[in-house]
Design a protein around this ligand. Structure first.
Ligand code: NDP
Length: 406
């Protein structure tokens, strides 16, 4: 079978098909170099010997979360001279991605709690120290600051690591793409279009929130969209908590919180009289002794003392009644939206709007030379460490694709 993809290890079966494949590759690359055919008794590998042009970037990375920085570190060390578009400040998304909205990150391997600030300040360039959030007060051990790395610190460290290896970072958004040619064209919000042989899309997904002003006020002060990331933090410990939503994510979040040591009651706030979650997940929530479901309910207001959340106003969705609920935190689990609108469907997406990986355990998209890493292609794990892992994979995939052309 003739495969569209042209990568190391892509074998085609007959000389006729190889010829067709070779022509296809030549057309797609718009080059005139010879196709080097390596023939053995069973299989024939078509390998382009076209040189990658110096005037076109080898790799452009879009996105500045763990997937983007990890891809940049690997690409830079592989001498791909990556250019990374880190985005600009917008209400729903900022450079450094969702982690920049997070406080302490206790589950990123290699970052145990300690005097993190001293390390961060020694590693991150001084002109970016202004960007670091205040070190959490009152976390001390043996007279030293002692806290888990904060999301922004972790991202600044990754950025520094990428810069140290020569990544070019551009503070701009990519507004549109053209993947129809052999070389990929990206249009930044300001400035001329840029071209690259390989593109790594690492633009992430943003958690959906309810949109209440009080919710905004208490983000990171008792409002979170990730129980696995934040649930074990001291501000939530041993307190009744609310999880908003009735999907599988909400059940997972509620169960995770309910299983933590010293868990108090976990309220699930479900807007209908049934959950969207799968039956098995529903059963998990409904049978859990620590989980209590508030049906036909929605959050009308997040309440607090200015510093931390201490309650919610729960409104009925079937009548005009409201009630106060005493909780120390609210976890919103009403779905995510992948940041893919700028792609205008230039790569294949799955039915949920996330970029579809074209091969199992590879980061290839439906377009040759275009790779996707992190939450933009993952609606399942959505962890900083898994994003970083797929960023590494995307850089290796891009490197191998380019090596085929050198
Ligand atoms: P879903 O879209 O499946 O569920 C979203 C939930 O949030 C629904 O209960 C929805 O209510 C509710 N909701 C949406 N908007 C609001 C709002 N404004 N106010 C109050 N409630 C609201 O998203 P999930 O993130 O849960 O899941 C995404 C996908 O990932 C699903 O396909 C899911 O199956 C999958 N997944 C699977 C897991 C597993 O198998 N272990 C774990 C996590 C996710 P309503 O139903 O009324 O629309």
């Amino acid at each position: 079978m003739l495969r569209k993809s042209h990568q190391a290890g892509d074998f085609v079966k007959s000389p006729a098909v190889v010829k067709a494949s070779a022509n296809l590759i030549l057309t797609r690359l718009q080059v005139t170099d010879e196709i080097d055919l390596q023939i053995d008794s069973q299989t024939i590998l078509a390998r382009s010997t076209a040189k990658v042009s110096d005037s076109i970037a080898k790799t452009i990375i879009i996105g500045s979360g763990p997937a983007g920085w990890s891809a940049a570190i690997y690409a830079a060390r592989a001498n791909l001279q990556p250019i990374l578009y880190e985005g600009t400040y917008k209400p729903e998304m900022i450079p450094l991605g969702q982690l920049a909205f997070t406080t302490e990150v206790e589950n990123f391997a290699g970052f145990p709690a300690g005097n993190i600030r001293a390390f961060v300040e020694s590693a991150v360039a001084k002109d970016r120290h202004y960007n670091l959030p205040p070190a959490p007060a009152g976390h001390e051990k043996d007279g030293q600051p002692h806290y888990a790395v904060q999301g922004t610190e972790l991202m600044e460290l990754m950025k520094q690591q990428a810069l140290n290896f020569g990544t070019e970072v551009i503070s701009d958004d990519i507004e549109s793409v053209d993947f129809s040619g052999d070389v990929h064209t990206l249009k930044p919000a300001s400035g001329e279009a840029v071209q690259a042989h390989t593109v790594i899309i690492a633009t992430g997904a943003r958690a959906n929130y309810l949109g209440l002003p009080s919710e905004e006020e208490y983000k990171n002060k008792g409002v979170s969209a990730c129980a696995v990331c934040d649930g074990a933090l001291p501000i939530y410990r041993s307190k009744p908590l609310a999880v908003v939503g009735g999907g599988d994510s909400a059940v997972e979040e509620a169960t995770y919180l309910a299983n933590l040591a010293n868990a108090d009651t976990i309220y699930m706030v479900v807007r209908r009289d049934q959950m969207r979650a799968s039956k098995v997940m529903q059963e998990r929530a409904l049978s859990h002794p620590n989980i209590s479901v508030l049906w036909n309910s929605t959050v009308g207001e997040v309440r607090g003392d200015g510093k931390l959340v201490n309650g919610l106003r729960i409104d009925s969705t079937v009548d005009d009644s409201s009630r106060d609920l005493e909780v120390g935190g609210m976890f919103v689990a009403i779905g995510h939206t992948p940041n893919t609108s700028f792609l205008n469907n230039a790569v294949e997406m799955n039915e949920k709007g996330y970029i579809q990986w074209a091969k199992p355990f590879r980061t290839n998209t439906s377009v040759e030379g275009v790779y996707a890493a992190g939450d933009v292609a993952d609606d399942y794990y959505r962890q900083a460490i898994t994003s970083a892992g797929t960023g590494c994979m995307a850089a290796l995939d891009a490197e191998r694709y380019l090596a085929e052309r050198e």
